[in-house]
Each structure stands twice: as structure tokens, then as C-alpha cells.
Design a protein around this ligand. Sequence first.
Ligand code: UT7
Length: 333
Amino acid sequence: MRRYSRIAGTGSYLPPRRLTNADLAAELAARDVETSDDWIVERTGIRARHFAAPDVCSSDLGFEAAKKALQAAGRSASEIDLIIVATSTPDMVFPSTACILQHKLAQSSDDARGIAGCPAFDVQAVCSGFVYALSVADAMIQTGAANRALVIGAEVFSRILDFTDRTTCVLFGDGAGAVVLEASDTPGILASDLHADGKHVGILCVPGNVSGGQVIGSPLLTMDGQAVFKLAVGVLEDAARATLAKANLTDADIDWLIPHQANIRIMQSTAKKLKLPLSKLIVTVDQHGNTSAASIPLALDASVRSGKIKTGDTLMLEGVGGGFTWGAVLLTL
Ligand code: UT7
């Protein structure tokens, strides 16, 4: 009998500090940076975002999301045998945020025997990170290398924003989302499709690095928004169609489209290309901004908890971002 993986529970966490566009515009005005609620809403669909407190790291946000996902799955940390964290804002250069998070889960658990020794690693695919991580966890479960994984997207993008650059700093937020993915006789994950093209490294990057005890180059995000926009619109349709073809399904089989939450215009364009009514498009970018690898699991968990997405629904998850990376995962919840 074929072995599949299936989502058994979802969770998410947003840091409490919420800034509306008006709040952010007021803060930026103090730095002589001009923006407005009207511009941000019209060009992106974003109305608010959350920023973590200065002492809060990606592992802290991921830890809260993971606890909720475990609770939703009815599982304890000791039953987890794989942890994958998708992040571009890790706590440290090394070790991985996944290892730091593993230790936090082990410390909070009555019985840490399982989770304390399981493999844990980060995936770096920027805003495509969660679909990359989910696809890797699915492959490891299918082969029997793991039975029950925590797959987490966690970001503190506020740490890498240039608050003098209005073309980027209004777009991003902090947060985390998680799923428990476990082995199952029935699907689950139906198909996935991952891609990267490194020739586009320069259009979305944080070019700095740590060397000789110093940060060399800029440690802040830089983006050619229009170049990213054009690429994103094309590849999101391609990835969705490739994934549907692998699963022998069509557009009409998709109950819910959960694209990376970066810009409502990109998301709506993708839905239209897939001939999906906008009522099937899950939108949280308005409330979360772009949380990079956390955006898809945050949107998934919000929609599951609100009752919009139900067990048995077919979901198309789609990521796109720096690298350039893109991909999709098609699944039945
Ligand atoms: O997560 C990875 C994926 N990332 C993305 O998907 C981002 C993709 N790109 C985008 O979402 C859009 O390109 C942006 C939202 C970044 C920009 O929207 P746009 O419609 O491409 O605007 P633009 O860059 O063409 O700028 C239009 C105008 C410019 O002024 P001028 O030159 O026409 O006078 C900008 O200076 O808007 C100005 N502008 C702003 N004005 C007020 C840029 N940012 C702001 C701002 N507030 N925050």
C-alpha cells in the first residue's frame, strides 16, 4: 500500500504589536519618509502588519505556532520525529532555527524523548520556503525516513527592513505558521512542484554577510518590485498547472487557492489565470502584510480556524520569492 503524508493539525502565531498603515505612515513620517494608507492599500492590499518586540526571534514565534499545531493534531512534542523550519530571518548564523526551536519544544514537554533527538534543519527559499519545506517533509514521510513532522514557517522580517526605503518597508510583517504532517494510508499531499532560477538573485535579496567579525555589505532587504511582480505572475500559474497535471486534476478540482501573501494584485491575477472565482482565494495579506515563509501557513491556519477551510477540501498552496524560487503543493486536507 502506498504511503502518503497528511496534515493533522495547523497553528499560527502573530506578535501582539499590530501597526495599521496609518500607524506605520506616522512612524515613517518622523523619519521624513512619505507614504499613505491609500497608496499601500491600492498597490498591495495591505492594511496592517505585526512586528515582533526587539527580543523576540523567529524561533519564539515558531514555537508558539508549533504548540498550537500540535494541540490541533492531538499530538505531543514527543511524537514528532522531524522538524523543518522555513525562514530567511534565522535567530543565528548557526545553528539552525529548527535546532533552537526543537530545544524549546523539548523543554516545554513532559516527555522530550522523541523530539530531543529527531532531525531538525532549516530550509532557505525565502517566500517559497514553506512549500519547499512541506514538499521535503512529504518526501521524507513517503520514503519512511519520518513518520510525523513539524513543518514551520517563521519570520521576523522587520529586522531586515530599511525603514528609509518606502518601496519595501511598508510591505512586510512578522509571524509564524506551522503544520503537523504525518504518515497516512490516504492522501494528503497529492503533488508538488518546486523551482529556482539563480540568475534573478539580485532582484530580491539581503546582500550582506558576516565575515571577519563584521557585516560585509548591506544587512537590509532590497527589491526590484516590478521585476518580482512580473516574474511572480507568470511562475505561479505555471507551478499550479504543473502540480495539477502531476495529480491528474484540473483547475475545477481546487477548493481553495492559498498563494504566498505578498500583493493582492498578484494573488488575484493568479486566481483569474486558473479560472477560479475570487471567492476561492484565501486572503490574509490585508491583515498580516508579507510574512515571507510564514505567510502560507498563517493563511492556512486562519482559514481552518475560522471554519472556511474544512477537512476534505482540496488546497493549492503556492510560494514565490527571492532566489528566484517558486513552487506549489496540492493537497487534500
Ligand atoms: O515576497 C516576495 C514577493 N514580493 C512581491 O511579490 C513584491 C512584488 N512587487 C510589488 O508588489 C509591487 O511592485 C510593489 C508594491 C512593490 C510596488 O508597486 P508598483 O505598482 O510596482 O509601484 P512602483 O514601484 O511602480 O512605484 C510607483 C510610484 C513611484 O513613484 P513615481 O516614480 O511614479 O513618482 C514610487 O516612488 O509609487 C511610489 N511609491 C510609494 N508611494 C507612497 C513606492 N512606494 C511607495 C510608498 N508610498 N510606500
